[in-house]
Design a protein around this ligand. Structure first.
Ligand code: SF4
Length: 297
């Protein structure tokens, strides 16, 4: 069964041959990997979705700030601002992704989907999707399974970790998972779902991992918001049959190839990119001094 998640082509052929919805083989895979039964899988998914919704709520309602001074209630600021730049829905999407990610930076409870660094993207996109289209929870849980299948294939052929493949592997994969899930929920065809994944990877390709002071705060927070927006734009294009031209499996290969070629300073080492700017270095120095100050004698 796990061979099924070697690539998108195999996943599609299996579903076509067996007349299965995309999420069904993922349920089977989960049972094979973890044991238990289907009921337990659905219960686990519901728990995960609840944690995602709570993270969004917590981030929008509670104080979200970190010792570094880099996190300061970004989700709430966006949510409450009187000027929507596009629409109320877009404003909420951005605010929710920021809010859930801030909960992670403030050491709160999140679902790593696929990683903690990208933990605002699926909550932001799925909570917004459910609100717009009034989906039952069951549909969102199916979305989570589809997203998990997408992540399995990316992990197999590229990477999901910033330390291995740059931020394209982390927020890029989360955005791809979200885009595919959105198109699935809107009853797009399998080709449209996978095209949404491919388009998203194309949009996120090359993004480096460069967290300031080595903390998963800046630019991580804002990238969760922008990745959520890209997930929606990719889904919109895919559902309108705008082709990404490069097949999704080849996009994943490109993700892996670019990830491998990135220098180490762009892989969570905080030695390059934004972390290596004058301001980034100053913040890192300040944090180090603070940490030394609180060390016991
Ligand atoms: S910059 Fe690095 S640590 Fe931050 S979200 Fe991206 S991959 Fe994760």
């Amino acid at each position: 069964m796990s061979l099924l998640f070697n690539d998108f082509k195999s996943w599609k052929s299996h579903c076509d041959a067996e007349q299965l919805p995309l999420y069904q083989p993922v349920v089977k895979y989960e049972i094979e990997q973890r044991g238990g039964n289907e009921k337990e899988i659905w219960e686990g998914l519901l728990r995960a979705y609840r944690v995602m919704k709570e993270a969004v709520q917590t981030g929008l309602e509670e104080e979200m700030s970190t010792k570094s001074g880099m996190i300061e209630n970004a989700g709430k600021k966006v949510y409450q601002h009187p000027t929507p730049v596009l629409s109320d829905t877009f404003q909420k999407l951005v605010a929710r992704a920021l809010a859930a990610k801030e909960v992670n930076s403030c050491m709160g409870r999140v679902v790593a989907a696929p990683t903690a660094g990208a933990s605002g993207i699926l909550p932001g996109t799925l909570v917004t999707l459910q609100e717009i289209h009034h989906f039952e929870d069951k549909k969102i849980l199916e979305c989570l399974l589809v997203a998990a299948g997408i992540a399995l294939i990316i992990e197999q052929n590229a990477s999901l970790a910033g330390a291995v493949g740059g931020c394209q592997a982390e927020t890029g994969s989360a955005a791809a998972m979200a885009a595919g899930a959105i198109v699935y929920a809107l009853e797009g065809s399998v080709d449209q779902v996978f095209n949404a994944v491919g388009i998203t990877i194309q949009c996120m390709l090359g993004l480096v991992c460069d967290p300031v002071a080595g903390l998963v705060e800046v630019p991580c927070i804002v990238r969760n918001a922008s990745a959520s927006a890209i997930a929606y734009s990719s889904a919109q294009m895919a559902i309108a049959n705008v082709s990404g031209i490069i097949p999704v499996d080849e996009c994943v290969q490109a993700l892996g190839e670019v990830g491998q070629s990135l220098e180490d300073r762009y892989k969570e080492t905080a030695l390059g990119g934004l972390a290596a700017t004058a301001t980034g270095k100053k913040i890192a120095e300040k944090i180090l001094i603070k940490d030394i100050d609180i060390l016991p004698d």
